[in-house]
Design a protein around this ligand. Sequence first.
Ligand SMILES: Cc1cc2nc3c(=O)[nH]c(=O)nc-3n(C[C@H](O)[C@H](O)[C@H](O)COP(=O)(O)O)c2cc1C
Length: 346
Amino acid sequence: MRIGSLDIERPVILAPMEDVTDRSFRKICKRFGADIVYTEFVSAEALRRGVGKSIQKMLFEESERPAVIQIFGNSGEAMAEAAVIAASAKPDYLDINFGCPAKKVAGKGAGAALLREPEKMAAITAAVVKAVSIPVTVKTRIGWDRDSVNILDIIPRLEDAGIAAIAVHGRTRSEMYKGRADWDWIARVKEHAKIPVIANGDIWSPQDALAMFSHTGADGIMIGRGAIGNPFIFRQVKELLQGGAVTTLPDFRDRISVAIEHLSLSVEHKGEKYGTLEMRRHYSTYLKGLPRVSRVRDKLVREEKWQQVIEILRAYEVECEGYEREGKIREYAEFLNDHSKRLVLK
Ligand SMILES: Cc1cc2nc3c(=O)[nH]c(=O)nc-3n(C[C@H](O)[C@H](O)[C@H](O)COP(=O)(O)O)c2cc1C
């Protein structure tokens, strides 16, 4: 897949996720083989006003490259101005969010709301493309609702506006995160688009990743929720794509050790208070499916000192070794395939 000077064959990409894909998590996913990482979305208005938290969100380290900054907004003027600010951080490319279904975004005419205004969507895109010299891409959904699936009408408009690739989450705005992502629509997008297509939605296992490539013919794939608490998925997908079998099945030791690494990076980037606080949402996914975990989780989410958190995790690891000897640890593969326990985050 070629975007500007980037040329990666069948890239496996970490999806942008607010409050999840911060620097610490991106670095972890990168280490496990994510080919491209996206920042959380950043508000164009906030960038324009110089809001410190938003500026922090768009910053990344050289080791994260290829790295992409995603912006959202509801006017060409604000988006063009924000694009220039974001481009000054020198991302490999810039992405526009036209897919967010949340009220705080779509309710203000940004994100997925623009699926109802294809002309405005194209005008905003053209303004952003014109404002910067790096490649610009779009991430969107297939339409507003099932009665107005308009992705095939939107694609040529965005191509004319000059985008370098499009990422499509196979759901409508109304579907939010419900049901199954519609991979047939992504396949249709691939048939019609002249630019590279990145397929997104419901890749929960390395097998799903392979199936997404073959079902849609997409140039790249993007994994969101399936990577939360499970960055190992990137390495596993790579193993399958390279024609082998998945040989790296992380056990509880790997999961606890990566949770600790994640926490340490989080504290390094955000300081003890916020670094520890913001990690709370991740423990349950790292530890999911392990025996008698709820008691440990309760302790973890009350602890404010990061060194104490590490001690709790280490003690739990020792506890798990005991469960292992008793044969009580569920196979990780089984956990991955347990679709009934998928994360529902929004
Ligand atoms: C917690 C959370 C935050 C998200 N934040 C963003 C975001 O900032 N920008 C964006 O384009 N999509 C965002 N998304 C959507 C994901 O990028 C992705 O399109 C969606 O989760 C479907 O992919 P998946 O099934 O692999 O999770 C978010 C999703 C979740 C669950």
